[in-house]
Design a protein around this ligand. Structure first.
Ligand code: EPZ
Length: 426
């Protein structure tokens, strides 16, 4: 397993380019199953989860081609036929987002057999709402040896209320409804930019979707969809992670090719804790974090979009270890998303975790140590800690970070960080 060796204490300076959003690219690849025509997707990030999704499509009998472009990969998919509508345990356990093929498979081919995702480091993360919604659309659901078999002889439009806001649940049902007969209304739908981006792609494919980005999405079903070309939105969480990297190293970092409008809650909280960021909604697609900020403690509660994103919680916790005072961080989305706190404490952070609440007392000097990544965003928070720490930090199991950050060590090295990848073979 690869490790990172980071020598901390160096302010970051320069320009860092944000890649395409993993969580927009994954549903977009799944959406290509809804048509037998060619779908061309651009600005696809070169991260492991997208390779996993392409392997899954291949397992289903759908080939895809990849071309390296200046900004990300260009992926072309033509789901003319389906050999085998099964998403196997081996792939689903690697990436829960594999469940995103469920809606398109049932809508287009009338059947799907998908491994239940099982547990995850950050929480139980069931898919009951995905399944309840498909059932309401007319599908039959059967559980069998750790798999769920979903069948439908044509889906029928319906009204479905999410009693918990679910990003991929909204995406799965929105995709399924594009080929259902009649109108579907999703209430209490997720409003994330990635949901909006998916709706934009689907409408380019001939779907008729209104309200994406609001809690109420109306989808008028079509008999078939056609091919389209679409460029994926930039990754707002990667952008937020780099803003935090600039702030915690007291550097001056230009975060380029991002969409400030997707980061309003993060920008507001960074400003409130004393981080100076130039740029914002309505301005150019770039944000600059300036040096000279004295960090102040700030209480933060994660919420569904447009609230403070749970995917930025770990990175913000690391930043608060350097802030003056006590910060209370409340995680409302997942039940076990503080594993990074234990690793940060090994570096000298003063963090008390109690259920879904963590109290961070700062500032504390972080000293380099051997630590271990546990999930995608926790690993990003440990990289930030390594950049700020005195001395060397070795982070093990960086395959977690490779799932969602494209070449993070190269991007950080280009702006002055001392970070090298130690491969297993080394
Ligand atoms: C998406 O996961 C993201 N993944 C996650 O990003 C992100 O953390 C999460 O949304 C929240 O924003 C992708 O988009 C691929 P949810 P998702 O369904 O859709 C409960 C990352 O770091 N729930 O919105 O799986 C669930 O347990 C990843 O890139 C049900 O109870 O999350 C959770 O408590 C991590 N039943 C809450 O809803 C369901 O059927 C929100 O989960 C579905 C969800």
């Amino acid at each position: 397993m690869d490790k990172f060796l980071i020598t901390g204490g160096r302010p970051l300076h320069g320009r860092i380019v944000v890649s395409g959003a993993k969580n927009a690219a994954l549903p977009a690849l799944a959406a290509s199953l809804l048509t037998d025509q060619r779908v061309i997707l651009r600005n696809i990030p070169r991260v492991r989860d997208l390779s996993t999704m392409r392997s899954l499509l291949e397992d289903l009998g759908v080939d895809s081609s990849v071309t390296h472009e200046t900004h990300g990969n260009r992926v072309e998919i033509e789901a003319r036929q389906l050999l085998n509508p099964v998403a196997p345990y081996e792939l689903v356990k690697q990436m829960r987002a594999s469940v995103l093929v469920l809606g398109p498979l049932v809508a287009r081919f009338g059947k799907a057999r998908v491994s239940l995702p099982g547990g995850c480091a950050i929480g139980v993360r069931p898919i009951n709402l995905h399944l309840k919604g498909l059932e309401k659309l007319g599908a039959s659901i059967k559980f069998d040896h750790g798999y769920v078999d979903v069948k439908a002889d044509g889906l029928k439009g319906t009204d479905f209320y999410f009693d918990t806001i679910s990003v991929t649940g909204t995406e799965n049902l929105m995709m399924a409804a594009t080929l259902a007969e009649g109108v579907t209304v999703l209430e209490n739908a997720a409003r994330e930019p990635e949901v909006q981006d998916l709706a934009n792609l689907l409408n380019k494919m001939g779907a008729d979707i209104e309200g994406a980005g609001t809690p109420r999405i109306r989808i008028r079903g079509r008999s078939k969809l056609q091919g389209a070309e679409h460029s994926i939105i930039p990754d707002r969480i990667e952008a937020g992670t780099f803003l935090a990297a600039g702030a915690i190293t007291a550097g001056e970092l230009v975060v380029d090719r991002c969409i400030p409008e997707h980061l309003t809650s993060v920008l507001a909280d960074l400003e409130m804790c004393g981080v100076k960021v130039v740029g914002g909604p309505g301005g150019p697609q770039t944000l600059t974090v300036k040096a000279g900020s004295t960090l102040q403690a700030l209480d933060v509660t994660t919420q569904e979009y447009p609230g403070f994103p749970t995917d930025m919680q770990a990175q913000f916790m690391t930043l608060m270890t350097q802030a003056e005072g006590s910060s209370v961080i409340t995680e409302t989305i997942f039940e076990n998303r503080f594993m990074h706190a234990l690793e940060l404490a090994r570096m000298g952070a003063d963090i008390t975790v109690n259920g879904r609440r963590a109290v961070v007392r700062g500032p504390t000097l972080l000293s380099g140590a051997k630590i271990q990544a546990s999930d995608l965003r926790a690993s990003a928070s440990l990289v930030l800690a390594g950049l700020a720490a005195e001395g060397d930090t070795i982070i093990d199991r960086v395959y977690h970070i490779d799932r969602g950050y494209e070449r993070i060590e190269e991007k950080l090295t280009q702006v002055g960080a001392r970070i090298v990848r130690i491969s297993e073979s080394d």
